[in-house]
Write a protein that binds this ligand. Structure first.
Ligand code: CMP
Length: 138
């Protein structure tokens, strides 16, 4: 069944000029881009987005990093989108990511890991609503 997920091309990948190459991988894998924009978020906005990780030791570094430069938030659609995007992204730590995955190709470290993808339907719904209004989903 067709499903939507939420993704972000993170500041490291945008800085390095990998945006187009990552979007090409996403489209090649069969995802439709329902919405996409360039954004720049504050530390407080990054904290809101990652609130489920607030107690983790990496929360400060993660939210500094995510507010360090432009990002491309987007909504993607295909059958089994949530699981399929996570497979295409590869492991959180690029050192453990399989060959051919986005993180294996474009990520530098567990923090600067190029791309975010929702991990479940409820988080996808929250994350889509955090960045996009309903009228922007086409
Ligand atoms: P993401 O999928 O965006 O969701 C939470 C992020 O926290 C994750 O990608 C990583 O970039 C980051 N993260 C997870 N574990 C660690 C860690 N041990 N150290 C630093 N960052 C982490």
């Amino acid at each position: 069944m067709s499903q939507r997920t939420f993704s972000i091309i993170k500041p490291d990948a945008v800085r390095k000029g990998y945006t187009g190459a990552i979007l090409a991988e996403i489209e090649k894998a069969g995802f439709k881009i329902v919405a996409i924009k360039k954004a720049s978020i504050s530390k407080a906005q990054a904290q809101g987005f990652y609130h489920v990780h607030a107690e983790r030791p990496f929360f400060g570094g993660l939210t500094d990093f995510m507010s360090s430069g432009p990002i491309f938030p987007m909504v993607l659609e295909k059958d089994n989108a949530i699981a399929d995007l996570r497979k295409l992204m590869g492991a959180t730590n690029p050192a453990n990511a399989e060959e051919g995955t986005i993180r294996k190709q474009f990520a530098a470290s567990i923090e600067e890991n190029a791309i975010h993808g929702s991990d479940a339907e409820d988080t996808a719904a929250f994350e889509i609503g955090y960045f996009f209004a309903g009228l922007e989903l086409i």
